[in-house]
Design a protein. Structure first.
Length: 237
């Protein structure tokens, strides 16, 4: 497997695993699956991110040494090469850009030295890969589009961002799954629902899936309003 893993204690009831190398995000997600399958007594939280994994445990039930040994066993079971993972799905996401749905599109365009049309063209130019699920409630944290520079966060975060808002910051992109505070610039909004609190899992996507954003007009909003995000299968190249 490509990449290097470092294991360190994190407080009295957690361990953090850091991965390095080109395949870091795949490695930590494969390790998360392996630790979950091992069902280590006392472990109650397994949280993979871009290049790290937080493993939380009940310190009254187990200890750092026991969990570290479980992590090393799980690491040893991972074979060389690309970790096995489910085939990715491709999600097509209609977006109304600018206006009330994307109030920060002019600001982002100005900061990047582009026109608003050019920002939208770059945002919709290629599939973006979901690297991990973040806050709030399974937000798809994606690679950002090929902008010429990172996009700064807002100086004053909003106290309320509508669900379905499509945002960018740094070199990342995201869809806000539910109403929440947020400091990422908003380019637009999708009329699709990306979160179902009555479903298991709560979101139809997982790390490794890809999103393709497609511009629609405000008049086309009603054609998609309230529909649940769904995917088509794609073949891994």
């Amino acid at each position: 497997m490509n990449g290097d893993i470092r294991i360190a204690d994190c407080g009295d009831s957690a361990i953090v695993v850091k991965a390095q190398g080109a395949g870091a995000w795949r490695l930590v997600h494969a390790l998360a699956d392996a630790v979950e399958a091992a069902a280590v007594a006392g472990v109650y939280g397994i949280v993979p991110a871009y290049d790290s994994l937080l493993v939380e445990f009940d310190c009254a039930t187990t200890d750092h040494d026991t969990v570290r040994r479980a992590l090393r066993r799980a690491t040893a079971r991972l074979t060389d090469g690309t970790p096995p993972s489910p085939s990715p799905r491709r999600f097509t996401v209609p977006v109304v850009y600018g206006g009330e749905h994307g109030p920060d599109l002019p600001v982002v365009a100005d900061r990047l030295g582009l026109t608003e049309r050019e920002v939208v063209a770059l945002h919709t130019a290629q599939d973006l890969t979901v690297r991990c699920l973040g806050a709030p409630v399974g937000a798809p944290m994606m690679d950002g589009p090929a902008f010429p520079a990172p996009v700064p966060r807002l100086a004053s975060p909003r106290t309320s961002v509508p669900p379905g808002s499509v945002a960018v910051a740094g070199r990342q992109a995201v869809i806000c799954p539910m109403r929440s505070p947020g400091g990422w610039p908003l380019l637009g909004r999708t009329p699709l629902r990306v979160l179902d609190l009555d479903a298991e899992p709560l979101t139809p996507y997982r790390p490794g899936d890809t999103f393709r954003f497609v511009p629609i007009t405000a008049e086309q909003w009603r054609d998609h309003d309230g529909a649940m995000l769904s995917a088509e299968a794609v073949t891994r190249g």
